[in-house]
Design a protein around this ligand. Structure first.
Ligand code: SAM
Length: 341
């Protein structure tokens, strides 16, 4: 018996090419669904290779379209691929693939933004969080219109260990518009450092695998595309603070990206309580005159903890929204917060 590493890729019987499938079933790209197809097998193989070994893996593929990436996943030896595709026009082509790889392709017509992945695969695939990641992967050439809300949704699920993360530290290999990809992977003190960098990197090891020029897609999008691989961390870089709270702190501080971080942080508290803002920076020991994009992960951790501690002591703070006019109707407690974390 050959070992997994020396076994040849699982061959599929001869099938029409993806280009032929698109022509055969008249699958014109629909702009509203961000449909940009990949016909080049070398590229779809390269995306799938970025996920690591898929031998015997269970994969959920987002937006298979005519099935180019799906074929590469099957060739890489996946035991099962569940494809989630909103547009039913692709079903006929996907059924051809399912017939060529019996029992290995499940077609689901659903919206990936609401699809519950915790039910997609057998629960006995689950492994302990602290061990190696499970043999479960999410792969997809994401529709651009849903990529940012989708990754934020999955990061929250990751923090809560729900959805795709009921199986353990499920890895994700996804495409994004080049700029979004750069923001996800940007290290501190770089021009692309943003909210997405902090939210992704506090929970995952992220890797920018490679760039795909826009001209490789049909139809050609206006932008280039990047492939990102996410491996959830055993221990998040910010622990003990709810995801939504981290998100709120990061969002407010980055709201005024080019200014001192105290400017954006000031919007976390009502102007009548300057003591709370003062407290945030003394408790976190962060220099309030640093710009948001310069903050290290350890400084974000301390800021999130300091804000969370203030919310614990003065629970009304967590409901404060500087944009909400209704806030004016609330009475703001005037007692200053004292004491250190
Ligand atoms: N995987 C194919 C490829 O690489 O050639 C197609 C990728 S195309 C960029 C995105 C695919 O996602 C389309 O097939 C589109 O119909 C599908 N899609 C768009 N929005 C979706 C949603 N909310 N849920 C599931 N699929 C969606």
């Amino acid at each position: 018996i050959k070992s997994a590493s020396t076994r040849p890729p699982m061959r599929l019987p001869p099938l029409p090419t993806i280009r032929e499938i698109v022509k055969l079933y008249r699958l014109n790209a629909v702009k509203q669904l961000s449909q940009n197809f990949l016909f080049d097998t070398n590229l779809t193989d390269k995306i799938v290779k970025s996920a690591g070994s898929l031998e015997g893996a269970y994969v959920c593929e987002v937006g298979p379209g005519p099935g180019g990436i799906t074929r590469s996943i099957l060739k890489a030896g996946a035991a099962k691929v569940v494809v989630v595709e909103l547009d039913k026009r692709f079903n006929a082509g996907l059924r051809l693939l399912s017939a060529a790889a019996p029992g290995r392709v499940d077609i689901v017509n659903d919206d990936i933004l609401t699809y519950n992945m915790a039910k997609a695969l057998p629960l006995d695939l689950a492994v302990p969080w602290e061990g190696d990641p499970p043999n479960v992967h999410i792969i997809g050439n994401l529709p651009f219109n849903v990529s940012t809300p989708l990754i934020i949704r999955w990061l929250e699920a990751l923090a809560l260990r729900t959805g795709p993360f009921v199986y353990g530290r499920t890895q994700l290999t996804l495409t994004f518009q080049k700029e979004v990809c750069e923001r996800i992977c940007a290290p501190p003190r770089t021009s692309q450092r943003s909210r997405l960098s902090i939210m992704s990197q506090y929970l995952c090891q992220v890797k920018h695998c490679f760039r795909i020029p826009g001209k490789c897609f049909v139809p050609k999008p206006d932008v280039d595309v990047g492939v990102v691989h996410f491996t959830p961390l055993v221990r998040p870089r910010i622990q003990g603070v709810p995801f939504k709270t981290v998100e709120k702190v990061v969002k407010h501080i980055f709201h005024l990206r080019g200014k001192y971080c105290r400017k954006g942080a000031a919007e976390l508290f009502p102007p009548e309580r300057p003591d709370l803002l003062e407290n945030l920076f003394t408790m976190s020991e962060v220099d309030p005159t640093i710009r948001p994009w310069q903050l290290t992960m350890s400084e974000w951790d301390r800021l999130a903890h300091a804000y969370w501690d203030i919310c614990q002591r003065e629970p009304w703070v967590s409901n404060y929204d500087f944009r909400a006019p209704k806030w004016e109707k609330f009475e703001i407690p005037t007692l200053p917060v004292t004491g250190e974390r």
